[in-house]
Design a protein around this ligand. Structure first.
Ligand SMILES: [Cu+2]
Ligand SMILES: [Zn+2]
Length: 257
């Protein structure tokens, strides 16, 4: 023990023994005080666990690794059978070079509150009928398309992990007859809570995502998918668009939400 160390044991002992003549701490006194301190530590350590238990009991528990109070977007969760729907109206970026396709369409989102897996429908057109190019689609951090998709920022990465581990890394898509149609799950992304993708941007790239397998650093950030050629901002909507686009490949896998 150095001269800088406080002596909480002795001080605590003296305070409690006021009124009776002070006497040096005995081994027994010290042990009692230490036990008291240890109990306090236990209570302090348990406090977050008690809060967590309360969350679970009140049905507000999220499967996110970060402890957060997950609130339902209201009134949608009441109006639409505990389900949140999102839509993103894809348009080409301004001043797109003539060599790039003008991609339009929708990316739709559906998630049952609070524990459903986020499902996504991609419906894009405007690609050349004979197009063989695989193109990456990601959710980027900002819903700011004021300067095309450049202002959408990097991939949305709330847990600071490498690409392609970001919640909105949708992967690569090849068109058929100029159309990209796909149903898929995005288990790491959510439409509610502190890590919601609502208000963020979907970006379509000119090239294929290398899925983090490239040799440069950019591979682990963005997948080297090239220019951002089309994009949109995700907003809340009604079930209408989702219901109007039934029957995409793989959509039967939606059961069990
Ligand atoms: Cu991207
Ligand atoms: Zn990514």
């Amino acid at each position: 023990m150095t001269s800088h160390d406080p002596l909480p044991v002795t001080r605590g002992y003296k305070r409690r023994s006021s009124g009776s003549p002070p006497h040096p701490p005995t081994q027994n006194n010290i042990t009692q005080t230490q036990a008291l301190n240890r109990n306090m530590e236990k209570i302090i350590l348990k406090f977050p666990l008690m809060l967590l238990a309360l969350h679970i009991q009140s049905g507000e528990f999220s499967d996110s690794p970060v402890l957060e109070i997950v609130e339902a977007p209201k009134p949608e969760v009441v109006e639409f059978n505990n389900t949140i729907y999102g839509t993103c109206e894809v348009t080409p970026v301004p001043n797109l070079p003539a060599s790039q396709p003008q991609i339009f369409g929708q990316v739709l989102f559906k998630q049952v509150f609070p524990n459903g897996t986020l499902a996504v429908k991609i419906n894009l057109h405007g690609l050349p009928a004979d197009d063989q190019q695989a193109r990456a689609i990601h959710i980027h951090q900002y819903g700011d398309l004021s300067q095309g998709c450049v202002t959408a920022g990097p991939h949305y990465d709330p847990r600071a992990v490498d690409h392609p581990g970001h919640p909105g890394d949708l992967g690569n898509f090849v068109s058929k007859q100029g159309v990209i149609r796909k149903f898929q799950k995005l288990p790491e992304a959510k439409l509610f809570g502190g890590q919601s993708v609502l208000g963020r941007a979907v970006v379509v790239h000119e090239k294929e995502d290398d899925l983090g397998m490239g040799s440069d650093e950019e591979s682990k950030r963005s997948g080297n998918a090239g220019k951002r050629i089309a994009g949109c901002v995700i907003g809340i909507t009604t079930p209408r668009l989702w219901q109007e686009t039934e029957g995409l490949p793989g959509e039967e896998a939606e059961e069990g939400n």
